[in-house]
Write a protein that binds this ligand. Sequence first.
Ligand code: PBG
Length: 331
Amino acid sequence: MEKNYTSNRRRIRANAHIRSLVANVYVDHRDFIQPLFVDESVQLRTPMTSLHEMAADSIESVLEQIALDLAQGISKFLVFPVPLAKSNHDFDFSFVVKAIQAIKRQFGNQVWIAADTCLCAYTQHGHCGILNQAETSVLNHESVSVLADYALALAKAGADCIAPSDMMDGRIAAIRKKLDENGYDQIAILSYSAKFSSQFYGPFRDACKSSPGNNLVLKDRKTYQFSANNAQDGLLSTIRDIEEGADLVMVKPALPYLDMIQTIKQETKYPLVAYHVSGEYQAIELLAEKQLVDRSKAHIEVWTSLKRAGADAIISYAARHAKQWLAQLEY
Ligand code: PBG
């Protein structure tokens, strides 16, 4: 019988030496962005029951948390505000402005702060924009105009990056224009450019008290977030956001939309951030709690798949463990 040299695939898996030699996908702690929640209703760091190891921080406690995270090699953060007052217009953004000012005053350019820019934590109805009088639709133009003002306030407070997650049309152009006109042309925009309507946001909505639900017509976010059943929207909307001025783009959630990460990276070549969202994170945490997976190895396996698919950066609730866990990684 003729020898088939290609049939032996196991030689390159024989030991950790050769496995590390043939490895070509790497995860590095510098790839990570750590989410933080600043909550106006708490005085002390308050653990979240729905998101393991995460907490609602006061302005004071978020400064302590950031100092700890810096010591763990994490310097990029995504800040989510949870304001006390909810309304449906004339929003008060002063709490998050104060929080970002305090962070920048203490840490300056040691940290890079992306500010999530959305209205869902501010509205009584929990939707990401302003509703019409009858509360039957989310008004695009009105929402975008408020979001652009909000973005400017965040930039003035010291945010390094504006990260709009509302999913209105034209928000990137409006925000870019507003920032440029006011001298903030160096502030980057990370667009949640491919954000799907997902079950996996459950723990986050619990944490941010931002579930839409008591509205009879708009029970979910399907009129603005994307459908899992549409294979083109992620790419087309991302290209649109790039044309409007996005500097970085995003796929969210991560694992159920791995194909989107690959397609968007291949087609656009743009810096791409994968958001491993709250439900995806908590699923691993619950499996680990039941000792059905090894916690750090499960997170690393997912992170590796995101990098392999084409992500440049990862938003993970476990970001602050990345450096330590990855240092112990065996191929
Ligand atoms: C707000 C927003 C959400 C997330 C990030 N920004 C929730 C939503 O769209 O309902 C989800 C993050 C996560 O689940 O980790 N628009």
